[in-house]
Design a protein around this ligand. Structure first.
Ligand code: CP3
Length: 331
């Protein structure tokens, strides 16, 4: 399929004035994620503006730990802040029985987006549902927020594998329920974001990235045969070839990946997705054109979805996104 389908990670967000207008009308980011009317509206904004081939549900990977009863706050300019989970009591406090009711507004958002795509004339646009992969979600829960190296999480995985394994199992099972509900609500593709997969040594990568993704994908395929699933094991480096064995249909490439070499490590039956540097999109002009063309040239003839290598940043000029869409469409 050429030109390749395209969408952008974080395509709904602060770089769009129409997003900032909606965001200004809610008390906090979680309120936006759990108000279906507004979440559906911001999901559709980038589709109306750019006509991307996919809409991604507007929510956040940290909605799932929040739904399990773990605290979550988004502080202005600080990112997410969560209670630090460091002991058995923290794992025992997670309550999978709470998830279905807590995520009901997210499912309503999915239904509204599915209906909106049809009524607004975007019936060819795929609706992507998503979740954080268990390891990345565990990272935020153990650290209590973002971190440069997720040192406490990695130390816990080595020092108390039983406890960390119990946390991972709880998250894995909850992720299956959460993603399955999104499909029931109308999601046509699923994406698993493992943004911090690359901080793990290979042994732990197999245990905490590959194994849970395999379990999630197998369970989802039993319930929803044929559902396409995209994995994003960010910064996985040479481990990316192993990730294909999870059964994913597509693998998101982060910006550091050489697409030609990654392509050689991944079977042609698995599509690649990526991997324009979000900063090339900020820069625009010749740099953006050259980077885009290099990606397209490397991926021509291979199953491929054009995307960024990580999420779009707030300082991105909306005009640069329009220029990118035009360039990819003209490939
Ligand atoms: O891609 C999309 O447009 C769909 C929505 C989406 C958001 N976050 C919206 C969001 C998706 C798929 C995510 C995934 C997500 N969230 C990841 C995985 C991908 C990645 O970026 O690595 C991670 C690690 C998170 C956790 C998270 N959420 C952080 C660290 C932050 C703060 C940093 C920031 O950009 O503000 C968020 C907040 C967040 N999630 C915003 C948006 C639009 C900004 C909040 C706001 O508008 O105030």
């Amino acid at each position: 399929m050429w030109p390749p389908p395209m969408w952008l990670m974080r395509q709904a967000g602060r770089y769009l004035p129409e997003y900032r207008a909606i965001r200004a009308g809610v008390t906090d980011f979680i309120a936006l994620c759990t108000t279906p009317e507004k979440a559906a509206e911001v999901t559709l904004q980038p589709i109306r503006r750019y006509g991307f081939d996919a809409a991604i549900l507007f929510s956040d990977i940290l909605v799932l730990p929040w739904a399990l009863g773990h605290g979550l706050e988004f502080k202005e300019g600080e990112g997410p802040v969560l209670p630090k989970l460091r002991d058995a009591a923290g794992v025992d406090a997670l309550n999978p029985a709470k998830v279905a009711a807590a995520v009901a507004p997210v499912m309503e958002t999915v239904r509204r987006v599915a209906a909106g795509l049809t009524t607004e004339g975007f019936s060819q646009t795929a609706l992507i549902g998503f979740a954080g992969a268990p390891f990345t979600v565990a990272c935020y829960m153990v650290e209590g927020g973002g971190s440069r190296d997720f040192a406490a999480t990695r130390a816990m995985a080595y020092a108390d594998p039983a406890l960390f394994g119990r946390l991972m199992d709880t998250l894995t099972e909850a992720t299956i329920v959460y993603l399955s509900a999104q499909v029931d609500a109308g999601a046509e593709v699923l994406m698993l974001f493992d943004s911090w997969a690359g901080v793990l040594a290979p042994g732990l990568f197999r245990t905490h990235v590959i194994a849970p993704a395999t379990r999630i994908i197998n369970a989802l395929r039993q319930r929803h045969p044929g559902i396409p699933i995209i994995g994003f094991p960010r910064l996985a480096g040479l481990m990316v070839g192993d990730y294909a064995a999870t059964g994913v249909n597509a693998i998101g490439m982060d910006t550091s990946m050489d697409l030609t070499r990654a392509s050689g490590a991944i079977p042609a039956s698995v599509a690649l997705q990526g991997n324009l540097d979000p900063m090339a999109l900020v820069a625009g002009g010749v740099a953006l054109a050259n980077e885009t063309d290099a990606i397209l040239a490397a991926m021509r003839g291979r199953p491929f979805i054009f995307n960024l290598g990580h999420g779009i940043v707030p300082q991105t000029p909306p005009d640069h996104v329009a220029a990118l869409v035009e360039r990819v469409r003209g490939a």
